[in-house]
Write a protein that binds this ligand. Structure first.
Ligand code: AVI
Length: 350
């Protein structure tokens, strides 16, 4: 058995109900080498996902939560996806940040308390740091390794930057140390990860961010936009087969988590745009009649039967304005690329 990869771009969406901001039992860890860098450790709440996995596979349609796509191999494959020519999201968001960062800092203001849940290796925020000049940067991630490397790199590269890095699973609530200033908070949530939540869950998650940013706070968030089905189809069916490998790899991860014997080559990757729900759906389709044993339980798969592994919702700017409005934000500014493929949105607490 293993633990889940810690820096999944896709949170455990079950946790967004009744989330309270800012607990603070964090232990501070001194880092004498860098007086401007402090680490905090939040207690972990871990539970084994066996019941959730088996329940998802028993139901019809069968499902596997997208968070299980991100074991070590899945995380590497996701990084590889972001470099595929068809996958426009990551490079387009990066272009938008680079092109508009001057204007962003004029709109967003400087000297904020900059908070980034699920920061990973902090590569996107780095595009903004010089412009935003935050009074303190607070990266949150469950991967101690990523957080450690990224925070050390940033504090060395930016001699004026103060960092309070928090090891935590932000999906269990945004737990910030109590002495983090409550005013002028700016949350940063790039990558369109919000698109991987069901809209009701996305609303709850945005509500959680709204609580965390306080009444004078704001959120800068990347959101992929609705577009022609051909472009979307290509982005999730890259020619090199990296997205297919990413999707099929979830079965290896499930095998390890629940002692299973899935054979990935008995399935094929399927991704298509569902116009009605405005989402890319990813599925694994069984190529033959066969059975799989997971934790001693036998599952029969008919040829053509599918396991639903991910949704990636594509919003219009108006849809996203409505969604974030329902969570207590007012969308005051949107920056897009010239082709209108991707958006970076500035939301203020309403
Ligand atoms: C992490 N997330 C925004 C990606 C997306 O595009 O929905 C995950 C992904 N799934 C397949 N390709 C990329």
């Amino acid at each position: 058995m293993e633990t889940l990869r810690q820096a999944s771009p896709v949170p455990d969406t079950s946790a967004f109900e009744a989330v309270e901001p800012s607990l603070s039992r964090a232990a501070s860890i001194a880092t004498p080498a860098h007086p401007r860098l402090v680490f905090h450790q939040q207690p972990r709440h871990s539970h084994h996902p066996r019941d959730e996995i088996l329940a998802g596979l028993r139901q019809r349609p069968r499902t596997i939560s997208p968070k299980f796509l991100y074991d070590e191999t899945g995380a590497q494959l996701f990084d590889d996806i972001t470099e595929q020519p068809e996958y426009y999201l990551t490079r387009t968001e990066r272009q938008i940040l680079l092109q508009h960062r001057g204007e962003m800092s004029a709109v967003v203001g400087t000297g904020n308390v900059l908070i980034e849940p699920g920061c990973g290796v902090c590569e996107k925020v780095e595009l903004l740091l010089e412009q935003l000049q935050p009074s303190v940067y607070i990266p949150l991630d469950i991967s101690e390794h990523h957080l450690h490397c990224a925070a050390q790199r940033l504090v060395q590269r930016y001699p004026w930057l103060h960092i309070r890095a928090v090891f935590c699973d932000y999906t269990q609530g945004l737990e910030l140390p109590e002495d983090i200033p409550r005013s002028a908070r700016l949350l940063f949530f790039p990558g369109s990860t919000v698109g991987n939540f069901e809209p009701a869950v996305a609303r709850q998650f945005l509500g959680c961010l709204r609580n965390a940013c306080g009444d004078d706070g704001a959120l800068l968030i990347g959101v992929d936009l609705r577009k022609d089905a051909g472009t979307l189809h290509a982005a999730y069916n890259d020619r090199a087969g990296v997205t297919a490998a990413f999707n099929l790899n979830v079965l290896n991860h499930i095998n390890r988590l629940v002692d299973g014997n899935f054979e990935p080559d008995r399935f094929r990757h399927l991704a298509f745009f569902n116009e009605r729900h405005s989402r890319i759906e990813m599925h694994l389709e069984s190529l033959m009649d066969h059975q799989v044993t997971l934790s001693g339980e036998v599952f029969h798969f008919a040829a053509g039967e599918r396991i639903h592994t991910e949704n990636s919702y594509k919003y219009t700017v108006d849809d996203f304005r409505r969604l974030s409005g329902a969570a207590g934000f007012s969308l005051t500014r949107t920056w897009c690329d010239d082709a209108g493929q991707f958006s970076v949105n500035f939301l203020q607490a309403a």
